[in-house]
Design a protein around this ligand. Structure first.
Ligand SMILES: NC(=O)C1=CN([C@@H]2O[C@H](COP(=O)(O)OP(=O)(O)OC[C@H]3O[C@@H](n4cnc5c(N)ncnc54)[C@H](OP(=O)(O)O)[C@@H]3O)[C@@H](O)[C@H]2O)[C@@H](O)CC1
Ligand SMILES: [K+]
Length: 471
């Protein structure tokens, strides 16, 4: 079922802090902690048979949730041990819930941790911003089956980076809204199954923080569906610059555009026009000059870069920019330290290597790097990877998890440009086209589930993938 945009919000740890503070005005923190502990316990009871449990409790509220889980599991008859990794502050809410634990407390759990059936990581939450100390790291290394409360301790809640060490959880239960670090790599690989639970914080508190980051799912955007009044120009025209030597890229992009529903696809061939004409009767291969092609005011959407040599980009891209058409720029446009070249494009789609070539290092923070590049160029930036980040010049960011390794095939990027171009030609905004295009691309991969698809196979699934995106 399509989610509401507010449900897709991802909150940075500092935004989550603001929400916690706001929520505490109406619900006491100790009650929220109790609700959080209940939520985690229910998820454990759903998935695990009764077994011995070691709960590792930190000094803060994450530890407080852990004490609640310990009490509830013990009440359910499970053998439960608690280790206080650090003592809570005196008279704090955490100290109060810790005081309600009347079971076994183990001060040195190193010899137990390997033997218990389940370890609950309630050491630190998503706000952790420094590496775990060596003693905690050595302890966690021995844990076999881990359930993490909020986030596995050691995963940075904002960037998904691992600060020294983090356990690989089988299940992570977080509260109210997920954080970027749950979905960004490498953090995503440590989170295991992610469950987001309501613990009684009203959605209205979201208005107290300005959400700038979302999970990329339907609901963040809306795809146009078939209309009885559709005709080819209303579905949109996509024009693709075809390289003189590497012709495969533009063909794949053009196939993807047609299969995603473009009404008309032109290839402006810089050479090899016959080769483009021969590859599909559905492509219209331009015979005239670029100037004449650009005089057709219906041709507002252009793909530039796939299969182009640097000299071809340098000749064509400035002309497209001068004509004020909307440009999806990829591949050949990414030249060393040449971010200026991209100004005037609408959407750029670099993978990490291309991104670094143009903009420099990302310094382990994909979201900030993509956001900065979007501000610098004025383009929507699609920073491609297994955790693609889409950033708009106005600061909005989406993180995509709807993708599989099946997309890691030659020509997959060309396919993505064709999809995004089609959505842009259908009237969606740059931001929506980029986000929805990335999701549809991922969906096409999932529809090929039991094979090793080529980019052509992906293209075959794009119609269905688009329909699924519109449901
Ligand atoms: N979201 C919600 O609505 C609700 C959330 N709840 C739960 O609260 C959790 C967030 O709680 P929290 O802010 O207390 O953070 P948590 O990570 O538990 O502790 C930080 C403490 O540890 C200390 N500290 C020591 N070493 C440190 C180190 N290396 N790195 C960082 N800190 C270190 C640090 O000391 P300081 O550095 O400030 O001196 C500070 O005192 C959240 O994960 C969720 O489980 C629910 O209970 C209620 C509703
Ligand atoms: K944790």
């Amino acid at each position: 079922m399509t989610k509401q945009i507010s449900e897709l919000a991802l909150l940075t740890p500092s935004q989550m802090n603001d929400i916690d503070r706001e929520a505490a005005k109406t619900t006491p923190v100790i009650q929220l902690m109790e609700n959080a502990g209940w939520a985690v316990t229910r998820e454990i009871l759903k998935r695990y048979k009764p077994c011995s449990v070691l709960v590792l409790c930190g000094p803060g509220n994450n530890g407080g949730d852990g004490y609640v889980v310990a009490r509830l599991l013990a009440k359910a008859g499970w053998p439960v041990y608690v280790t206080a990794i650090a003592k809570p502050k005196m008279r704090s809410d955490v100290a109060r819930v810790a005081g309600q634990w009347t079971g076994t407390v183990i001060s040195n759990s190193a010899s137990y941790i390997e033997k218990v059936g389940l370890v609950i990581d309630a050491i630190f939450g998503a706000g952790l911003n420094k590496a775990l100390d060596l003693e905690i790291t050595n302890l966690l290394r021995k844990a076999k089956h881990v359930v993490a409360i909020d986030i596995p301790s050691g995963v940075h809640g904002e960037t998904g980076q691992i600060m020294g060490y983090a356990p690989h959880a089988e299940l992570t239960v977080t509260f109210f809204r997920a954080k970027p670090g749950h979905y960004l790599l490498p953090g995503r690989e440590y989170v295991g199954e992610l469950v987001v639970k309501d613990i009684g914080i009203s959605s209205n508190t979201l208005s107290k923080t300005s959400t700038r980051c979302w999970l990329n799912e339907p609901g963040l955007w809306k795809i146009p569906t078939h209309e009885i009044t559709d005709y080819k120009y209303s579905r949109g025209i996509v024009s693709i610059v075809g390289g003189s030597q590497m012709t495969g890229a533009a063909k794949l992009s053009a196939h993807a555009a047609l299969n995603t529903g473009a009404g008309l696809v032109h290839i402006f061939a810089l050479g090899s026009a016959d080769c483009y004409s021969a590859s599909s009767p559905c492509f219209i291969v331009d015979k005239d000059s670029l100037e004449i092609a650009l005089q057709d005011s219906r041709r507002k959407i252009w793909v530039c870069g796939p299969g182009l040599l640097p000299e071809e980009v340098n000749e064509i891209l400035p002309k497209l920019v001068a004509a004020k058409v909307k440009i999806i720029a990829d591949a050949g446009v990414f030249q060393s330290n040449q971010s200026e070249l991209l100004k005037g494009a609408s959407i750029i789609t670099p993978h990490i290597g291309e991104f670094k070539r143009v903009f420099g290092d990302i310094e382990e923070d994909k979201v900030s790097a993509a956001r900065l590049a979007a501000q610098q160029t004025g383009c929507v930036v699609v920073l491609k990877g297994a955790d693609t980040v889409i950033a708009s010049p106005d600061g909005r960011v989406a993180i995509n998890q709807h993708a599989s390794s099946q997309l890691a095939t030659a020509g997959s990027g060309d396919t993505l440009t064709g999809i995004i171009a089609t959505l842009l030609a259908s009237g969606l905004s740059e931001w929506e086209s980029a986000c929805a295009g990335v999701w549809i691309h991922g969906e096409a991969g999932f529809l090929c589930e039991h094979s090793w698809p080529t980019a052509e196979d992906l293209a075959q699934n794009l119609g269905n993938a688009r329909d699924n995106a519109a449901r």
